[in-house]
Design a binder for this molecule. Structure first.
Ligand SMILES: [Zn+2]
Length: 222
């Protein structure tokens, strides 16, 4: 199964993408987490990406396409994947379609997470990330108020989470990513999910919609 997931900043993409991939035993790629890792490790890609990400802008396609193609090319033999953060523009969607066509594969569904602006802003102010295992969540989920609930490392506010940056990312999303809704609607692949409910409910909703769209059944032991 091959799925893409998109939504505005702080819509819960990372959490939901990981849960979906794990429920369906699929590979998972968060381009955002991957890029932040490159920035922290100061790789050549990270050095080019750092000022762009710091201002809340999207990385240009000439940087994104090779990263994506490389990751996808290494997924052979897997049962499929969930992409979180790609595509985030019409040219990127066309690139992905081209890659799929060249490999005689197809996309099963494109999931759009929908959350009102005011709630996104509130979530962003409370959002934390673990530098060790890349877990992301809300401040209230930390153990002892500071520790990652997954691995116990000290989690902190994400470096790209300030209000100006958030607003830039929200504007970029509205202008560049939102046209994907119609793109995937036209291709009958779109699943729109109201992502304001608690995490578990949203995860169950996404899974149910994906199963319906793909008309496949879960492995019996899950
Ligand atoms: Zn952790």
């Amino acid at each position: 199964m091959r799925l893409v997931l998109f939504g505005p900043p702080a819509s819960g993409k990372g959490t939901q993408g990981r849960r979906l991939a794990s429920s369906l035993s699929l590979g998972y790629l968060s381009t955002g987490a991957l890029l932040r890792e490159h920035v922290e490790n100061a790789t050549p890609l990270g050095l080019s990406a750092k000022p762009i990400l710091a201002s809340g802008e999207y990385l240009p396609d000439e940087l994104m396409f090779p990263i994506l193609a490389d990751w996808l090319d290494h997924q052979t033999g897997q049962t499929g994947w969930v992409l979180d953060g790609f595509p985030r523009s019409l040219p990127q969607a066309a690139f992905l379609d081209g890659w799929l066509e060249a490999h005689a594969l197809k996309l099963d569904a494109a999931i759009s997470l929908e959350v009102p602006y005011d709630e996104l802003l509130q979530r962003m102010r409370n959002r934390v990330e673990c530098p060790a295992c890349r877990w992301t969540g809300q401040r209230g989920q930390l153990a002892h108020g500071t520790d990652c609930p997954k691995c116990g490392a000290t989690a902190s506010r994400r470096a790209d989470d300030d209000e100006q940056n958030f607003n830039n990312r929200f504007t970029e999303f509205s202008e560049i990513t939102l046209p994907l809704v119609k793109y995937y609607e036209d291709r009958k692949s779109l699943i729109s999910v109201q992502a304001t409910a608690p995490q578990d409910e949203v995860a169950a909703l996404i899974l149910a919609e994906v199963m319906e769209k793909a008309s496949v059944s879960l492995p019996s032991n899950r």
